[in-house]
Design a protein around this ligand. Structure first.
Ligand code: UN1
Length: 512
């Protein structure tokens, strides 16, 4: 049995409050519905959370609206200073928070730590960004006129996050939104509420030390109905949602119906291409991390491997040697590389996908079984490799599990790119090649149609400094680095006449 002291260190109790507006947490209330959170690692009950009601949401919105009035006028670099302190606090709690990510979500501890590192990195990034919320200056066509643009905060930003990156994706959104002067309401996945509550305890320290008002950072534990209420509510000018395409279509439609803004980070169906000019050893390593890392539950996970026929057998043999040696087991045990799926439904979906692949003519080469060992939950599986065709219905879908579809191509790299692009999703993509013409073709406007396109790097594991997101059914949103901050701001164009006459644009004469 493992030492659960990290739960206490992070403020997790047996029963946890339904929401918090920052420093203040809702008082526990026995009349509330609760949800029991079991660890996917060992099946043990970790804790219970109370579920929020519509009235709670209403309360949080009111408090957030009030907080926005003071937060938006605080100079951006001062907001950056708060985020700097949050980054420091996260450094302090990196180990316990990484452990909780692992215990509640099931990714291996190295990846749990990596996720907290992404949070720390985005804090550092946001601190710098807080002094760089640049607008452009344009040259006016009129004499003695100055024209420029400014970026102002939007207001309440609703953040709906997924179980697979339970804390990092929230931090990408909230830290960037916060330096821009917005206030954030976070609805974490109901599968992983404890990591959100732990983050709130970490924030609480910083909010208290700086005597900040309630409502700058809130969380609300709720089901899909709470998410839907947020999406329909025009008091949220922006909803940022991460999850399945099915969920994103609902959120996008609800927000769109009120002409609000949505930032959508949805499913991927990411391919890695191995050309005849690839360093095969590197390509295989990247493939394995991409396909089985996080047990295939990243939106950037490698789902399709498109291999040139000249090296196909070699790649296949190599993968079939490596897969049986992958150590599966408790992700807190640092000798393991593959942890569990999030829950038993995910195991069922994994097996159903493999059945569907077989029925469409796919050939399961390895894996696809449940994996059991003493002290483990029922959520462990052996990662699968399936020889398949790109047009299979199941290959066209994102199954959030470690299934790698092996697809053969021949001839030029353009043929592989055509296969890669022939899915509805457009998040991440990669090619392994040491041939300049192939890599340039892949990155050209006729190449990969994804938001992320890598050369000699796998599909997953993006750095926070770039804009993260994808095209087509991935939803089009961009989060994290580059100029993603603009999504959390409204642009205002300003023209100032410092002359003594009133010339009209376009040379229009209008003498009264
Ligand atoms: C996700 O799976 O939702 O690029 C985010 C990656 C990570 C983020 C994944 N940095 O794989």
């Amino acid at each position: 049995s493992i030492n659960l002291d990290f739960l206490k260190e992070l403020g997790i109790q047996e029963r946890n409050p339904a929401f918090s507006t920052g420093r203040t947490f809702a008082t526990l209330d026995n009349s509330r519905e609760t949800r029991k959170i079991f660890s996917p690692t060992d099946g043990q009950l970790i804790a219970e959370v109370e579920m929020s009601t519509q009235e709670d949401l209403e309360h949080i919105i009111k408090v957030s609206q009030e907080a926005f009035e003071s937060w938006k006028v605080l100079p951006a670099p001062k907001r950056g200073e708060i985020v700097r302190q949050i980054g420091e606090a996260l450094r302090k709690y990196k180990d316990p928070l990484g452990k909780l990510v692992t215990y509640e979500m099931g990714k291996i501890y190295q990846e749990g730590l990596g996720e907290v590192q992404e949070m720390i990195d985005i804090c550092d990034f946001a601190v710098g960004q807080s002094r760089q919320l640049y607008g452009l200056e344009m040259k006016s066509e009129r004499q003695d006129h100055r024209m420029f643009e400014q970026w102002h905060p939007l207001g309440l930003v609703g953040i709906i996050s997924a179980f697979n990156f339970p804390v990092a994706v929230w931090s990408w959104n909230s830290m960037i939104a916060a330096i821009g002067g917005n206030v954030c309401v976070w609805k974490p996945s109901e599968k992983t509420p404890l990591t959100a509550i732990a983050c709130q305890h970490i924030l609480q320290e910083v909010l208290e030390a700086n005597d900040l008002p309630e409502g700058i950072f809130s969380y609300i534990i709720g089901d899909a109905e709470i998410g839907a209420s947020m999406s329909h509510d025009s008091r949220f000018p922006l909803i940022s949602a991460t999850g399945s395409t099915r969920m994103g279509k609902k959120v996008g439609a609800a927000v769109g119906a009120r002409l609000g803004k949505s930032l959508l980070e949805l499913g991927g169906n990411n391919a890695l291409i191995i050309t005849e000019n690839a360093d095969l050893e590197m390509a295989v390593r990247a493939t394995v991390f991409g396909a089985v890392g996080t047990c295939g539950q990243r939106c950037t996970s490698t789902r399709r491997l498109i291999v040139h026929d000249k090296v196909y057998d070699q790649v296949k043999d190599r993968l079939l040697k490596i897969y049986p040696s992958l150590s599966i087991g408790n992700p807190l045990d640092e000798s393991k590389l593959v942890g569990p799926l999030i829950d038993e439904d995910a195991v069922t979906a994994f097996k159903a996908a493999l059945e569907k692949a077989k029925s469409e003519g796919g050939n399961v080469l390895i894996g696809g079984e449940s994996f059991t060992d003493e002290g483990l939950s029922n959520n462990y599986v052996t990662p699968a490799i399936v020889e398949a065709q790109n047009h299979f219905e199941i290959v066209q879908e994102e199954t959030f599990a470690p299934i790698l579809y092996l697809i053969k191509y021949s001839g030029e790299v353009e043929n592989a790119i055509a296969i890669q692009n022939d899915v509805k999703q457009g998040l991440s993509s990669a090619v392994f090649t040491n041939h300049l013409l192939e890599s340039e073709a892949f990155l050209s406007s006729a190449g990969s149609d994804c938001g992320i396109a890598n050369i000699n790097i796998g599909t997953s594991g993006a750095e926070i400094g770039g804009a993260f997101g994808g095209e087509k059914e991935t939803g089009g949103g961009r989060e994290s680095g580059s100029d993603s901050w603009k999504a959390y701001m409204r642009r205002q164009t300003n023209t100032i006449n410092y002359g003594r006459v009133l010339p009209l644009a376009q040379g229009i004469k209008f003498d009264i």
